[in-house]
Design a protein around this ligand. Structure first.
Ligand SMILES: [Zn+2]
Length: 173
């Protein structure tokens, strides 16, 4: 499934939608295509347009202010690029830095990507207790970062520079 990035009229990234939804928005004149796949077209009975990669809404949509991305396990893995916080190998699980049994919560700053082995080895202990220092500190991604992280890497590379997610930790405003 190819998802299309939706920009607000102000060029601010808003969300991603399915290709079908993106085409409908364009056909209804609710959005314009800002960037399309170079060789792909959407063809139908009464449709023939470049396959949209990025669309922009014609009217500005006021969105509730969200300072930060909503926490999710998948979000943590994407934020940490599927690298284990303890050994740097491929991570498939999410570890609570301060274990839940010690009162640690499901928050961006208390969770890191971890390989299954290290997650199991660390068990119900803090990094100090387990003698397993974090290779890097967890951070809170912005809402925009989280949304862009959700796109596939190849799609992300194809986006214009001004849409590239910021690489480093985001300062909490
Ligand atoms: Zn590991």
């Amino acid at each position: 499934m190819r998802d299309t990035l939706v920009l607000n009229a102000s060029f601010e990234p808003l969300s991603t939608v399915t290709l079908n939804r993106a085409v409908v928005l364009v056909l209804q004149d609710k959005a314009v295509v800002e960037q399309s796949h170079p060789e792909l077209r959407v063809r139908g009975a009464s449709v023939d347009l470049p396959m949209p990669r990025v669309i922009r809404l014609c009217r500005y949509v006021r969105v509730p202010f969200r300072r930060h991305a909503v926490w999710s396990r998948r979000g943590v893995l994407v934020r940490d690029q599927h690298r284990c916080a303890y050994c740097g190998k491929r991570a498939t699980t999410v570890d609570h830095v301060v274990p839940k049994s010690h009162g640690g919560g499901d928050t961006w700053l208390n969770t890191v990507a971890s390989c299954a082995e290290d997650n199991h080895r660390k068990a119900d202990r803090t990094p100090d207790e387990a003698g397993m220092p974090l290779l890097r500190q967890p951070f809170v991604p912005s809402a925009t970062d989280a949304m862009l992280f959700g796109l596939g890497a190849s799609q992300r590379e194809a986006l214009p520079d001004w849409l590239a997610p910021s690489p480093g930790p985001v300062r909490a405003a």
